[in-house]
Design a protein. Structure first.
Length: 254
């Protein structure tokens, strides 16, 4: 594979949507562009991969990293012990994302997870979510205003404080707090034993996590992929992920 791709191939999870009456799976260009700019080659992964474990595992042997993207859809609450129905669901994406997290943990393959992706990493490792942050006492509004132009929706919205001696503090040395965008209604309620807090907001909401005892598994509740190439706070995050994927590629002779 190295003969064809000297850059690491990064599997990217897609979202199920409707387009002119047809079911489609898609991924925003901003995620693909951020990976290309950092030196990776994105490869979109269809939900069908999760229907056959052997298929997924075979596909994983060609990859050197996984990116779990954001999405307007929400994880179905039964995955974290709640009974209510989720109208904005994407069960195929839930299945694939959870299978990818478990495979990544087994293989010690680098993972980067953004917004819904962070929530998937939380749930797949035994944590739970708040389903509507704006209804939780003491938590601020973390949603975007859909009436605004995209530039304003993805503009910095609040600060985050970085936990010392973590993955984030290593990638952004000297950066104890910084502003991030905020485009989510749900968020972390509790973490499983494998997860470590990397950053939190002023209202106490967990904004970034990593996995203990894993070479690189970083998840962010904000969107560093938005104009990542021109952001001094986002470029190092993708650079760190792609460097870890390059190391994985070399070690596994992919
Ligand atoms: N639906 C979840 C996750 C929010 C999320 O991932 N938003 C991303 C929007 C589209 C994108 O930029 O990828 C929640 O509301 O918490």
């Amino acid at each position: 594979m190295g003969i064809i791709f000297d850059k690491p191939l990064i599997g990217v999870v897609m979202c199920q949507n409707q387009l002119a009456g047809h079911a489609v799976q898609s991924v925003h260009n901003k995620y693909l562009d951020a990976l290309f700019s950092a030196g990776g080659i994105p490869l979109a992964l269809p939900h069908g991969l999760a229907t056959t474990p052997e298929l997924l595992e075979k596909s994983m042997t060609a990859l050197s990293g996984i990116l779990l993207t954001g999405s307007p859809s929400n994880i179905e609450p039964h995955h974290y012990g709640e009974t209510s129905v989720e109208p904005d669901n994407d069960p195929g994406r839930d299945r694939l994302a959870f299978a990818l997290v478990h495979s990544v943990i087994r293989r010690r393959m680098p993972l980067m997870a953004i917004c819904r992706g962070l929530q998937e990493l939380v749930v797949a490792t035994g944590g739970t979510l708040h389903r509507a942050l704006h209804l939780v006492d003491g938590l601020r509004e973390h949603r975007e205003d859909h009436a605004l132009p995209l530039e304003q929706q993805y503009a910095p919205a609040h600060e985050v404080w970085v936990q010392p001696q973590g993955v984030l503090s290593e990638l952004l040395p000297g950066c104890e707090k910084f502003w991030v965008n905020s485009l989510h209604a749900q968020g972390v309620r509790s973490l499983g034993a494998m997860a470590r807090i990397e950053a939190h907001a002023a209202d106490g909401l967990i904004e970034a996590i990593s996995l203990n005892d894993h070479p690189f598994a970083l998840a962010l509740q904000w969107h560093p992929e938005w104009q990542s190439e021109t952001s001094a706070l986002s470029r190092p995050l993708f650079a760190g992920f792609i460097q870890a994927s390059q190391r994985y590629q070399k070690e596994h002779r992919i």
